[in-house]
Each structure stands twice: as C-alpha cells, then as structure tokens.
Write a protein that binds this ligand. Structure first.
Ligand code: RP5
Length: 348
C-alpha cells in the first residue's frame, strides 16, 4: 500500500512516498499523529518523523500548543480516535503539558518526548510529562532527539504486533536484541507480564495487576529478584514470560528505570517502566539521570502507584482494538473518573 507522508519544513523537510504500516486492527493504514507545541520543537521531533518514515509508518505532523492554542489541542485530541490515529507522539519543552493534556482528552495512547528548551536541559519537560496522575498516563521517553527516535521505535514496536513486515524491519534495526519471531506471529498474543524486583515493589505493581483484572486482560506477575540478579536469570524470566505469550512487559523497581531498560535489551516487546521510590530519593541527580538513557522499546511512567496504573492502562489500550469490549471498559473508566472528580468536596 502506498501513501504520501508529509514532513514539515526544517531540517527534515520533504514529502516522500512511502509504504505504510497496516492499522493494528485491519487493513486500514496505521497513522501516527505527531504533534508539538512550537516549530522550535521540530529540530528534535523531526527525528521521530524521520524514524517513522524509515520504517514505512505514515505520520501526520501538526503544531498544537497546550498553552497557546488550547482549543485546537482539545479539538485535535477529541477527534483523534475518530480520525483514525493509532498512536500519538507529542513533544514539548519547558512546562510540557501537551502530551498529558492530549492524553486527558483521548483514549488513543500518547507517547511523550521531552524537548530541551530551557537552561534546565529538558529535565523540566521530562518530569512534567512523566509525573501524570493515576488514570491519565503518558509513555515518557528520554530527553531530546534520542527520545524522539525512541518514541518512533516504540510506536513501531506497538504496530509491529500485527504487521510481520514491520516487525522484520524493526528487528533489523535492533540487532543487539536476542532474536524471536513473536512480533511476527499471526495470532497476536494479548497477555502482559508484570515484573517486580522485590516484595515491596510487588505491592506497588499490584495496582497494575488490578487494572488488568478489572479489564479482563490476561496477565502474569512475578518477582524477578533484586538488582544483583544475574542477567541470565532475568533473561530466563523474560523468555518464560514470552512463552506464556507476553506481548508487553511492565517492570517495577526501586532501582529507578534500570530493570525496564535491562528487559528492553532482551525482548522486542514494548517495556513499560514504573520507578518505585520508598522514602526520599537520596541523590536526585543520579536518580533522574537514568531516565535520560532509556534504550529503544522502553518508556517510563510516573513514580509509584500512579505509574503502575498508567502503565497498565497504556498496555490495555495498545492491546485492544477500537470498538472492543476492553476499549469500551476504558471509555467507561474515563467517564467514571470524571464523575468521581466532579463529586469531590472540599471542607469549606
Ligand atoms: C513549548 O514551549 C513548546 O513545546 C516549546 O518546546 C517551548 C518554547 O516554544 P517557542 O517559544 O520556541 O515557540 O510550548
């Protein structure tokens, strides 16, 4: 199937004809919405467009700003599902509300890219995007152009579940990943493997589990040992989960995002990290640094319970087809959430 893919002016300016990936649920082409708050973000977000293009995935790029054109953003997000967007990649810098606000208005999964725009080197954007409240999650990438490339690769990983051609292209780009043919299988697996590094982490990850129980999604949950676990042992857990048909991994660990990053190097399935913090972070710089180096295939969600819930909801969305029972339950949960917040009372 051929289609035109548009890339706006700038370093990556061109209009190219490309083979497009198929929509996750049928023969319609998968379309990734690529949005950013300003044309100044293009120097970063162009890398996402270029990576998608290299993989033959159609993307539609637009500038919509959470702060300068909020009405356009709401319209864009509200119509995203109806307009056939399979995924949205949203990039923003500073007080980067674009990915989160987009996620608040649509069930279409949103991947957020923190852009460097201020002397805080994108850390402000990273935290703004990552630290979403429970039930409205954004899969957060690392900062800058690496994050933009990885956002496109994560989108591709998700779309590759139903597209053998794309899966093959993706594997050829991730040569260091041990080979498996799972992404190319016709009967797509639907289960999620939840990994926790300790008993304490397991408690947090139970919040992810309860989402899957509510939504009726097959899942498994296991402790994979502390950070010192030999890599072979972790690999064994990953392979076992794959044999159980795990299509998505969710990794919760007090060791920041480290566990998710290790798993991402062992599988072609998407890996969602949930950083767990008990007490206070001792060295904030060192803790945050790990989020700057997440490998392809990994995304982080908020710290703790909110992250566990949001990673689960994100997984549920990418594993379900539009119009399916799971999607209906997700829409219903959004409505319940709105009603719950509207019913909240203050003491005065
Ligand atoms: C954000 O503010 C945009 O995403 C951009 O990263 C940043 C600055 O925008 P400009 O002042 O460069 O237009 O909304």
């Amino acid at each position: 199937m051929r289609a035109l893919m548009y890339a706006p002016a700038g370093r990556f300016a061109d209009v190219v004809e490309t083979t497009v990936a198929k929509h996750a649920t049928g023969n319609a082409p998968a379309i990734v919405g690529l949005i950013m708050g300003s044309d100044s973000d293009w120097a970063t977000m162009g890398y996402a467009a270029e990576t998608l293009r290299g993989l033959g995935i159609e993307c539609k790029a637009r500038i919509v700003s959470a702060h300068r054109t909020p009405d356009d953003l709401f319209k864009y997000a509200k119509k995203a599902e109806e307009n056939g967007l399979t995924l949205i990649i949203a990039g923003a810098g500073g007080a980067a509300h674009l990915p989160g606000m987009t996620a608040s208005k649509t069930i279409v999964p949103v991947i957020g890219v923190p852009v460097v725009t201020t002397p805080l080197n994108g850390m402000d954007a990273l935290l703004s995007i990552m630290q979403m409240p429970a039930e409205v999650g954004v899969a957060t990438m690392s900062i800058g152009s690496t994050g933009a490339v990885n956002a496109a690769l994560l989108a591709a990983t998700i779309l590759a579940r139903e597209d053998a051609q794309l899966a093959a292209k993706l594997r050829s780009k991730r040569v260091s990943v041990p080979c498996n043919d799972r992404a190319a299988t016709k009967n797509s697996p639907t289960a999620v493997a939840i990994f926790a590094e300790s008993d304490t982490d397991l408690e947090t990850m139970q919040h992810a589990k309860s989402q899957f129980v509510k939504l009726g999604i097959p899942h498994s949950i296991r402790i994979v040992g502390p950070a010192i676990t030999p890599v072979e042992e972790l690999l064994c857990h990953v392979r076992t989960a794959e044999e159980e048909n795990a299509a998505v991994f969710i990794a919760g660990s007090s060791n920041g995002i480290g566990l998710a990053c290790k798993i991402a190097r062992m599988t072609t399935a998407p890996v969602f990290g949930v950083p767990i913090v008990s007490g206070e972070v001792e060295c904030v710089d060192r803790f945050l640094q790990s989020f700057a180096d997440m490998p392809p295939g990994t995304a982080t969600f908020a710290i703790g319970r909110a992250g566990a819930i949001n990673a689960a909801l994100f997984a549920a969305t990418i594993l379900s087809a539009p119009g399916s029972d799971v999607r209906k339950r997700l829409h219903k949960a959004r409505k319940q959430q709105i009603r719950r917040v509207r019913r909240m009372k203050l003491p005065i």
